[in-house]
Design a protein around this ligand. Structure first.
Ligand code: GLA
Length: 375
C-alpha cells in the first residue's frame, strides 16, 4: 500500500503576481489530501473519494483529451490531467492504481485543494513508475494540467508550495528565475486561515480576465518604454508613477497592484526576518487594500473578515489570500492571544454577515511525500 500526503497552501503575501513573473510567499499548511493506493497490473485507475462519496474510473491507455466532462466529479479532471501531462512529458505509460482519497483540506476556500490533488498524484506516479522528475518538473506539469484540464490559467505558486515547501518555513519564490528561499517563520506567531464561508464565485473566468488585463498593461508599457518590458515584473516602483499615468484607467489599476505588490513581498521578507509586527501589519493591510481597490478581487465578506480580525486581540496582520472573489483571509496572530483572537474575530464577523466563518489555526508543513505502508 502506498500512502501519499499533499498539503494545501496559504499565501502570506504576493497575490496575483505569479503570472506576472513576480514574487510570492506561500506556506504549505497541515490541511491535506491523503491517498491510500495499490498498483494494479493493468492501466485502469479506480479511485474513491471518501470526502465526496464519489468514485471515478478511467483508463491510462485511453485518456480523454479534452476536459473529461463525461467523468463524474469535477476532481477527476485534475487526476486525469496530471496523468496525461506525466505521460506526455516522459513518453511512458503509467501504472494503473486503485484506492481511496480522503481530505482535511476544505474546498472552495482558496487553499488550493486542486493543486494539492495534482501534487499528490504527481508524486505518487513519480515514485511508482520511477520517473525521476524533480519537484520543479512536477510543479510545472501540474500547472499545465490545471491549464489544460481545468481551464484556469494559473501561475506556479500553488503547485510549487504543495511540492517544495519545508516545515516551519514560508517559501519565497521568484516566479521568473524559479529561485526559492525557505524563510523561517517566527515561532511565536500563528497562521490563522479565516474562511468567510462565502464560496468563491466567478473565480475561474474573472481570474483569466485579470491575467489578460495584465498582459494588456504589458503591451501598453512596451509601446511607451520599449521591448525591455516583458512582464509587469520589469516595471519598478520608482519609475511606475510616471509610466502608469500613460495607461488607460483599468490597466493602470491592475498594473499598479502588481508592481506595488512585488515591492511589498520584498519588504515583507525583511519584516518577517526581523519579526517586525508593525511593518508586517502595514504591508498585509496595504496588500489587502490594493487587491480590493486596484485589482478588484475582494468582496464585502473578505473586507468584513479583515476588519473583524484586525480589531481582535493579538492580530499582527491580515489580508485576503488566494485568488479572491470569496474564500479566506490569512491572519498572523500572536500565539499568546490566540483564544481571545478567535472568539472576538468570529463574533465581529458574524455580526456583519450572514455567513458562517471557519477559523483554522495552521502549522506549516513540508510539501507532498510518499511512503510505503504494510498492507
Ligand atoms: C490562484 C492561482 C495562483 C495565484 C493566486 C493569486 O491561487 O492558482 O497561481 O495566481 O490565485 O495570487
Amino acid at each position: 500500500m502506498m500512502r501519499v500526503r499533499a498539503p494545501g497552501r496559504v499565501n502570506l503575501i504576493g497575490e496575483h503576481t505569479d503570472y506576472n513573473d513576480g514574487f510570492v510567499l506561500p506556506v504549505a499548511i497541515n490541511r491535506e489530501i491523503h491517498l491510500y493506493v495499490q498498483p494494479r497490473s493493468d492501466h485502469c485507475c479506480l479511485l474513491y473519494s471518501e470526502t465526496l462519496d464519489e468514485q471515478i474510473e478511467f483508463q491510462l491507455d485511453a485518456l480523454p483529451e479534452l476536459p473529461p466532462d463525461m467523468l463524474p466529479g469535477g476532481w477527476a479532471r485534475y487526476v486525469v490531467g496530471v496523468a496525461a501531462m506525466l505521460m506526455h512529458h516522459t513518453g511512458r505509460r503509467l501504472t494503473g492504481i486503485e484506492g481511496v482519497i480522503s481530505s482535511t483540506l476544505p474546498t472552495g476556500a482558496g487553499l488550493s485543494s486542486s493543486a494539492a490533488l495534482e501534487a499528490a498524484f504527481a508524486v505518487l506516479w513519480n515514485t511508482l513508475d520511477n520517473l525521476h522528475l524533480d519537484g520543479w518538473a512536477l510543479a510545472k506539469l501540474c500547472q499545465q494540467a490545471e491549464h489544460q484540464y481545468a481551464g484556469v490559467y494559473c501561475g506556479i505558486m500553488d503547485q510549487a508550495a504543495a511540492l517544495l515547501a519545508q516545515q516551519g518555513h514560508a517559501l519565497f519564490l521568484d516566479t521568473r528565475t524559479l529561485q526559492t528561499r525557505h524563510v523561517p517563520l517566527p515561532r511565536e506567531w500563528l497562521i490563522v486561515v479565516a474562511d468567510t464561508g462565502k464560496p468563491r464565485t466567478l473565480s475561474g473566468s474573472e481570474y483569466n480576465r485579470r491575467r489578460l488585463e495584465c498582459q494588456q498593461a504589458v503591451d501598453e508599457f512596451r509601446t511607451v518604454c520599449g521591448e525591455a518590458i516583458v512582464a509587469l515584473r520589469d516595471v519598478s516602483l520608482d519609475n511606475a508613477a510616471l509610466y502608469l499615468s500613460l495607461l488607460p484607467e483599468s490597466a493602470r489599476r491592475r498594473a499598479r497592484h502588481v508592481i506595488s505588490e512585488n515591492a511589498r513581498v520584498l519588504a515583507f521578507l525583511d519584516a518577517l526576518t526581523d519579526a517586525d509586527i508593525h511593518r508586517v501589519r502595514h504591508l498585509m493591510l496595504a496588500s489587502h487594500a490594493s487587491l480590493r481597490d486596484d485589482y478588484e478581487v475582494s468582496c464585502p465578506e473578505l473586507d468584513a473578515m479583515v476588519s473583524a480580525c484586525m480589531n481582535a486581540p493579538g492580530c499582527i496582520g491580515v489580508r485576503l489570500t488566494g485568488a479572491g472573489f470569496g474564500g479566506a483571509c490569512v491572519a498572523l496572530v500572536e500565539r499568546t492571544h490566540i483564544e481571545p483572537f478567535l472568539q472576538q474575530a468570529e463574533a465581529a464577523y458574524r455580526a456583519q454577515t450572514p455567513y458562517t466563518p471557519q477559523f483554522l489555526v495552521c502549522e506549516s508543513v513540508e510539501g507532498a511525500t510518499v511512503s510505503l505502508q504494510a498492507d
